[in-house]
Design a binder for this molecule. Structure first.
Ligand SMILES: [Zn+2]
Length: 97
């Protein structure tokens, strides 16, 4: 995509990777790898926040009764728990405001 040729080290490992989030070029070091993928610091922070949010959403979903699940899925207009979770968060934010 970027057209630059792949620079590699003595073992054939790429020296430069593209961040999976923003496509920025990264030096291939362990600190720039997150979940096995090249990721810059900003994208990594987002990914970590997202992962933490997924855990919260899962815990929230597991605590719900079947009726509450149906309620939030209907509000979300979806059959996916993640959509219900986002819908719940939006509702929580608008109640707090
Ligand atoms: Zn990035």
């Amino acid at each position: 995509m970027s057209g630059h040729y792949q620079r590699v080290d003595d073992h054939g490992a790429p020296l430069v990777l593209d961040c999976v989030g923003c496509r920025r070029e990264l030096v291939n070091t362990l600190t720039n790898i997150f979940g096995g993928k090249p990721m810059c610091r900003a994208c990594r922070r987002d990914a970590e926040r997202q992962a933490a949010d997924d855990v919260l959403g899962m815990a929230w979903w597991n605590e719900l009764t079947e009726q509450r699940r149906a309620h939030w899925l209907q509000l979300a207009g979806s059959c996916r728990p993640v959509d219900a979770w986002h819908c719940f968060k939006r509702a929580a934010v608008s109640q707090a405001a």
